[in-house]
Write a protein that binds this ligand. Structure first.
Ligand code: MN
Length: 142
């Protein structure tokens, strides 16, 4: 199943995410854009199976609300946390991490990202295939 054709999807898929910051295909729909007075922005992100974003940090944190599929959230130096529908992830400011789909499932989450004077995200290096595979190898979820 291609998630962008998911009849149960709450939001439309939006635009293809920039390849500079994602490995694989993801779709981003801006739900609430930033503006001059906004303290946060809200977007819906659909990761196709195997897709994940680069390692990155948020200067003022981020909250993920998982609405569909299965995937992972991992902080640098920590075991990956499996994600499924209904999970909430509170990401502290400045903590290096990535999020994305499982190898055999898409993942959809809403991302609430706080603004700061220095922006809301700093993109770092891609999650390598080796790093991504190790998550699956160490997961006991399935
Ligand atoms: Mn993030």
């Amino acid at each position: 199943m291609i998630n962008t054709e998911n009849q149960n999807a709450i939001f439309p898929p939006g635009d293809k995410a920039p390849a500079d910051y994602f490995t694989g295909t993801a779709w981003v729909k801006v739900l609430v854009p930033q503006d001059e007075t906004g303290s946060y922005s809200i977007g819906n992100v659909v990761f196709e199976p195997g897709c994940r974003n680069n390692w990155h940090t948020h200067a003022a944190g981020q909250i993920l609300l998982v609405t569909d599929g299965r995937g992972y959230y991992q902080e640098r130096g920590e075991p990956a946390r499996p994600l499924t529908r209904g999970d909430v992830v509170v990401i502290p400011s400045g903590v290096e991490h990535w999020h994305g789909a499982a190898q055999d499932s898409s993942l959809t989450h809403i991302a609430i990202t706080n603004n700061s004077a220095s922006g809301n995200v700093e993109w770092l290096s891609p999650v390598t295939d080796e790093e991504y595979r190790s998550v699956h190898a160490s997961s006991s979820q399935r």
